[in-house]
Write a protein that binds this ligand. Structure first.
Ligand SMILES: Cc1cc2nc3c(=O)[nH]c(=O)nc-3n(C[C@H](O)[C@H](O)[C@H](O)COP(=O)(O)O)c2cc1C
Length: 214
């Protein structure tokens, strides 16, 4: 009887030890994977930020000089992050994370970089679900269409020309896909207007702050 109890006890102990080891290993792997994902996201963000604004234009840590606003995006009050570029403490440019819901397949997320004089230094598509071979040409890896915004501003092209050619505007549509570029042109124009009207507020704080913070 005694040996039965003893055997059951040691089996339970061994099982317990293995369970704890398994648990520890799972949580270690989970933590490592999470850290890796976060690191990859940070690197992807850095690559995209570097693509929309030349590094020579600023000397601050733009990844950590951010502002969250709730009134930038069309159709959404979800906070949007704005990265602020400064040189010797002076405002140089803002890189806005813009989400438009008007894509063919829903949300398209863009990085829109605009200098304090209102000129775009670059736009990149960072997330979308548009159709491969049609709407996905808004990705720089698929075509250089997104580069057509480089150097543009609210005055160039003129206000009414901020549209795709199909709508009598300046910007090319994509072959067989007008809805996607129409959404992107609208979102970039909206971001430029937002920047024009909120520039002072955007640069008024110096640390990473949610809207209304100091
Ligand atoms: C399966 C399928 C996928 C499509 N995907 C897109 C898309 O990603 N982006 C887009 O603008 N239009 C897409 N279209 C085309 C639109 O329905 C629409 O016809 C087009 O945007 C109008 O452009 P067009 O006037 O140049 O033909 C798709 C159509 C089909 C049938």
């Amino acid at each position: 009887m005694n040996s039965i109890i003893k055997n059951t006890f040691s089996a339970a102990t061994i099982l317990g030890i293995f369970s704890l080891l398994g648990l520890g290993l799972t949580s270690f792997t989970f933590h490592k994977t999470e850290t890796k994902i976060q690191e990859n996201e940070r690197l992807a963000l850095l690559t995209n930020l570097k693509a929309v604004i030349p590094e020579s234009l600023y000397d601050n840590d733009i990844v950590n000089d951010t502002l969250e606003v709730t009134d930038l995006n069309q159709d959404s009050t979800k906070p949007a992050v704005i990265y602020r570029a400064r040189k010797k403490g002076e405002p140089v440019a803002a890189i806005m994370t813009v989400v438009t819901p008007f894509g063919y397949s829903g949300n398209i997320t863009l990085l829109v970089a605009v200098k304090t004089d209102g000129t775009l230094t670059g736009v990149r598509t960072i997330a979308h679900r548009e159709t491969p071979g049609l709407g996905d040409k808004i990705e720089i890896e698929r075509s250089d269409w997104i580069s057509s915004f480089d150097g543009k501003s609210l005055d160039n092209p003129s206000d009414t020309q901020w549209a795709v050619k199909r709508d009598s505007g300046y910007f090319d549509q994509l072959t067989g896909a007008t809805i996607t570029p129409r959404a992107v042109v609208g979102a970039v124009k909206n971001a430029l207007l937002y920047f024009k009207h909120n520039q002072a507020r955007i640069f008024s704080t110096t640390e990473s702050t949610p809207e209304g913070g100091n």
